[in-house]
Design a protein around this ligand. Structure first.
Ligand code: PBG
Ligand code: ZN
Length: 325
């Protein structure tokens, strides 16, 4: 192929031609929409750093869940803000906890919408860490017991998929075991297999009120400088029978998405996290970028890198744009 006989621009001449040779697509079915369920009644509080995203009480969550389903988005990912937090995060595994009640309400109103639950302790502990504290750090093996109890109570309430985000070692196996022992052999585990200790989670911690009260999460989340370690994490979770693998955050870790897609054969999920969303919203608000176009370019970039699914706060807006086009 040599210029001038070969000309790459021939296939870019008009929209029909470009569509015909397009390699990657984004569909509503590829997206998962995260929601924050707050204890109480008639709450709908916008998260300052995440315009368009709310902490809401159950009745508002249900209304939005219907809207999500009608847009063709197959699943929501639920986070809970309980009435009370304590050292052991007891609301997390209570059969009448905030998330358990939210699952029941969504499944009653929109049964075909898949409900995925975040399995972690940081939204429920008063210290804001992802597990039980012993000697100033999160105790791995004690935390596994609570995570297993949490996942089981989500399944009992009707969750379709459980998604552990805590980064404890052995949590996928612990969750699989308790689910299977209680008859939930058909409930998949979507593992946040490769989760970095990231500053991009900043706005989420306002949304979930889960900022650690001391220290940080670097003794359990991964060092952003590491790639080979991502393979180790993914392999451990595959051995423990995870059904999906996730890379989180997405934007600064597109290489990791590609690496995992090439190496493993599980459905791969990218988490387009809160800070990634906030950056686009803030720049668009200032009229520095075209928010819609940057959003679509970012999402297609994640798919092109290898994501089969994208968890994104943009899901509703993106699904609406896809309908128009
Ligand atoms: C809980 C959890 C976090 C996110 C998802 N699950 C925060 C954290 O680990 O600090 C971040 C999501 C986002 O930023 O959108 N472990
Ligand atoms: Zn956590």
């Amino acid at each position: 192929m040599f210029f001038p006989e070969f000309r790459a621009r021939r296939l870019r001449r008009n929209d029909a031609m470009r569509r015909m040779v397009r390699e990657t697509f984004l569909r509503p079915e590829d997206m998962i929409y995260p929601m924050f369920s707050a204890f109480g009644k008639d709450i709908k509080k916008e998260i300052v750093s995440m315009p368009g995203i709310y902490q809401q009480s159950i009745e508002h969550i249900v209304t939005e869940a219907k809207e999500v389903y009608e847009l063709g988005i197959p699943a929501v990912l639920l986070f809970g803000i309980p009435e009370e937090k304590d050292a052991l995060g007891q609301d997390a595994y209570s059969d009448t906890g905030i998330i358990q009640e939210t699952i029941k309400a969504i499944k009653a109103a929109v049964p075909k919408l898949l409900v995925i639950t975040d399995v972690c302790m940081c939204e429920y502990t008063d210290h804001g860490h992802c597990g039980v504290i012993k000697d100033g750090d999160v105790d791995n093996d004690e935390t596994l017991k609570l995570l297993a109890a949490e996942a089981l109570s989500h399944a009992r309430a009707g969750a379709d998929i459980v998604a552990p985000s805590d980064m404890m070692d052995g949590r996928v196996a612990a969750i699989r075991e308790v689910l299977d022992a209680n008859g939930f052999t058909d409930i998949p585990v979507m593992s946040y297999a490769v989760k970095y200790a990231s500053a991009y989670y900043g706005p989420f911690r306002e949304a979930a009120e889960s900022t650690p009260q001391f220290g940080d999460r670097r003794s359990y989340q991964m060092d952003p400088a590491n790639r080979i370690e991502a393979f180790r994490e993914a392999e451990l979770d595959i051995q423990e029978c995870a059904d999906f693998l996730m890379v989180k955050p997405a934007l600064a870790y597109l290489d990791i998405l590609r690496d995992l897609k090439e190496r493993y054969n599980l459905p791969l999920v990218a988490y387009n996290v809160s800070g990634e969303y906030s950056m686009i919203k803030a720049a668009a608000e200032k009229d520095w970028i075209d928010g819609d176009r940057v959003m679509m370019e970012t999402l297609i970039g994640m798919k092109r890198a290898g994501a089969d699914l994208i968890i994104t706060y943009h899901a509703k807006e993106a699904a609406r744009l896809l309908k128009q086009s």
